[in-house]
Ligand binder design. Structure first.
Ligand code: PMP
Ligand code: GLN
Length: 391
């Protein structure tokens, strides 16, 4: 029998590859983005209670009503965005499903989707499975600024969707309002939708405010925005996220969602809803909490040869290692796993055309002890390699 792959050139995601190598070499995994600290005990209690009280059967496909109401309240409080929880919010299996279902709902065979590199790795396979094609526009370090001339030049009659992400993983920058104003001007009068990945909505630093595309009066009508409780509540493994869009767009989204995941784990949804009722503003502590960790990490790495680029948002930090070696980032990250016992994520795999940069991404959603130990290992590695270069 012969099998024809739909994604012949797609391998395993870089996050899983690096995590597997970390296990293989017993290295600290500060690459893949997940917290290593405990969750709020009240949250665990709320979910356990929901399960013990028999909330264990299929949930309503769009999401349990009290969770959608809590999400609507959070959108209003955090970003001043008002939406109808019945018609505009659907609970999904993490943000990943929200991204996938939006793309399947909106992209037709032959359509083009604009994606900005470095791009989160799930966008392109989802577009291809829908029969579409990604047009990838690079954003280059250190500023990762948009080149709107390139955006204008890339638009065609076939362009159906633009995927944006702020705060941006893995660039670690956050858009300001002017980016959205220019995007609105560029898209005006065209039937092009926006998929806005806002999973790091609450982790923006140094007094910045998150610029949700939903808060932009002109862009809102054409936008699907995607969020994740994995990031907001430190529970990446629970796989609970949500999508927000205007009622007509959400109706299309739900046609796909119902046959994709149908509905999301009931006790998790009920538990999160109960938790948010008791701690409605828990999200407001995230920016300060993670900013302190970012600052601790950059202090720990001062003078180490791993030079931090500015992080405006997310819980990641890019490190420029060009002082230490000219080795490419994929090769150097593997060397660090084997020789330093630290697993970091290379930046170049997030580009279609890999730039000649020397950047690795470290995750600072970790206990202080973990950050201290990882920084110590990186410093020792740098000293050892400097010593062997001199020898
Ligand atoms: N988008 C971005 C930019 C992410 O970093 C992630 C995961 N960390 C996701 C989407 C997927 O989120 P989830 O784990 O909720 O599926
Ligand atoms: N989003 C996470 C990160 O950027 C990884 C998610 C995954 O492994 N699929 O590290």
């Amino acid at each position: 029998m012969s099998m024809r792959s739909k994604l012949p050139d797609v391998g395993t995601t870089i996050f899983s590859v690096i995590s597997r190598r970390a296990i293989e070499f017993d290295a600290m995994n500060v690459g893949q983005g997940f917290p290593d600290f405990p969750i709020d005990p009240l949250l665990a209690q709320c979910v356990t209670e929901a399960m013990a009280q028999g909330q264990n059967q299929y949930a309503q496909g769009d999401g349990v009503p009290e969770l959608r109401e809590a999400i609507a309240a959070k959108l209003a409080d955090a970003h001043g965005i008002m939406v109808d929880p019945r018609a505009s919010i659907t609970v999904t299996c993490g943000a990943t499903e929200a991204l996938f279902s939006t793309i399947q709902a909106m992209v037709h065979p032959g359509d083009e989707v604009l994606v900005f590199d470095p791009a989160y790795d799930s966008y392109e396979p989802a577009v291809r499975l829908a029969g579409g094609r990604c047009i990838r526009i690079p954003l280059l370090p250190p500023s990762f600024a948009f080149d709107f001339d390139r955006v204008r030049a890339a638009l065609t009659e076939r362009t159906r969707l633009v995927i944006v992400n702020t705060p941006h993983n893995p660039a670690c920058v956050a858009h300001d309002r002017s980016v959205l104003d220019t995007l609105a001007e560029v898209l005006r009068g065209r039937d092009i939708w926006i998929l806005s990945d806002e999973v790091y909505e609450h982790t923006v630093f140094d007094g910045r405010a998150h610029t949700s595309v939903l808060a932009h009066p002109e862009l809102r009508e054409r936008t699907f925005a995607v969020f994740s409780f994995g990031k907001t509540l430190h529970v990446t493994g629970w796989r609970v996220g949500y999508c927000v869009a205007t009622p007509p767009l959400m109706a299309e989204f739900r046609k796909v969602h119902q046959f994709n995941t149908f509905s999301i784990a009931t006790p998790l949804q009920r538990g999160i809803a109960r938790y948010l009722k008791q701690r409605p503003a828990s999200w407001s502590e995230l920016a300060g909490f993670f900013q302190r960790k970012r600052d601790l990490l950059t202090t720990l790495l001062e003078g180490s040869g791993f030079r931090p680029l500015p992080t405006q948002g997310t819980y990641f930090q890019l490190l420029d290692y060009s002082e230490l070696t000219d080795q490419d980032d994929v090769g150097f990250s593997d060397r660090l796993i084997r020789e330093a016992g630290v697993a970091l994520i290379p930046l170049s795999p997030f580009y279609r055309e890999r730039p000649d940069t020397r950047l690795l991404r470290i995750c600072f959603a970790k206990r202080d002890e973990t950050l201290e130990a990882a920084a110590q290992r990186l410093r020792e590695f740098a000293l050892r390699s400097a010593a062997s270069a001199l020898a």
